[in-house]
Design a protein around this ligand. Structure first.
Ligand code: OOG
Ligand code: NI
Length: 287
């Protein structure tokens, strides 16, 4: 197995453990005789920390990726970059939260998380060289589980911060590259199939995000929910990961577009939103 296959294999294992629907959808297509190709994998992290975008980027550059483009999400306080690889169709999307723009209360919670993470990373127990597999991007939560009260404080200001405080560094979602499907090479067909099978899709800004003129159209499931055992609140349902579906179109140079579409990405972020469960947790509605 190549270093890159190894990297994605480990991420998929970790992801599918907390995303049963992704595994089931993957199998649904495999049972139809499809060989699945990943369009991209995405990660979330905290800016101004030892796991900032600038730092984790080194690991994917070392895997042969190069920066393609950068994006900003003002209301969500996020900066993101996308990376491509000459030998792989799988892009990487990494975003980071400008948490210094949150309330002092939320900043204090995140400061503590980041300090704990720094201590964990400085400990000799972490093997930085594990067989070429990126140790940071699959490191998971490098800090203790926050209290449910802190989780809710974060969620009220930034659903992203709340998600990251529980799950840490790992693939936030995998994305099926619809163009490579033999039987359902159109996103509308995939969406129809998933709806028939009863999957809940993210309908923020419409189920299918983007249009052909954007050169990328996308859809995603709403994230699975895991019961997490908090010291102060017992087991509570928390959004884990979602599965995305992307169809790309050809640019004038005859190549498939490789970048992202900020107005669509803004809505895709909301696939981990817990609104239905927490009942009215503030949603940050960009654009
Ligand atoms: C990333 C959301 C953006 C896309 O394909 O536009 C994205 C996230 O939820 O962390 O993946
Ligand atoms: Ni995505």
């Amino acid at each position: 197995m190549s270093i890159l296959d190894n990297f994605f294999d480990k991420l998929w294992q970790q992801y599918s453990e907390i995303s049963p629907q992704a595994l089931a959808i993957h199998q649904l297509f495999e049972n139809k005789g499809e060989t699945l190709v990943n369009d991209h994998v995405a990660f979330r992290t905290f800016a101004d920390s030892h796991i900032s975008l600038d730092i984790v980027e080194d690991e994917i550059l070392a895997l042969g990726y190069r920066l393609l483009d950068s994006y900003q999400f003002e209301v969500k306080k996020l900066d993101a970059r996308c990376y491509i690889h000459d030998q792989s169709p799988t892009k990487i999307f990494i975003s980071e939260l400008r948490w210094g723009e949150l309330s002092e209360q939320a900043q204090a919670i995140i400061q503590d998380i980041i300090e704990q993470g720094h201590k964990t990373l400085s400990s000799p127990l972490i093997d930085q060289s594990s067989a070429g597999i990126s140790p940071l991007l699959s490191a998971g939560r490098l800090w203790q589980l926050p209290s449910y009260a802190d989780y809710q404080t974060l969620a009220a200001e930034s659903e992203y911060a709340a998600w990251l405080s529980v799950w840490g560094l790992r693939a936030n979602h995998f994305t099926l590259f619809v163009n490579h499907l033999k039987r359902d090479p159109e996103l509308s067909q995939v969406v129809e199939l998933l709806q028939q099978q009863g999957y809940e899709l993210n309908d923020a800004g419409g189920v299918i995000k983007g249009k052909q003129a954007d050169l990328l159209i996308q859809a995603s499931t709403m994230a699975d929910t895991c019961l997490i055992d908090f010291k102060d609140a017992g087991k509570q349902p928390i959004s884990s990961c979602y599965y995305e579906f992307a169809q790309r179109f050809t640019q004038e140079n005859g190549q498939l577009y490789q970048g992202f579409v900020p107005s669509s990405a803004d809505k895709i972020f909301e696939s981990t939103s817990m609104k239905s469960i927490l009942g009215g947790v503030a949603s940050d509605d960009d654009n």
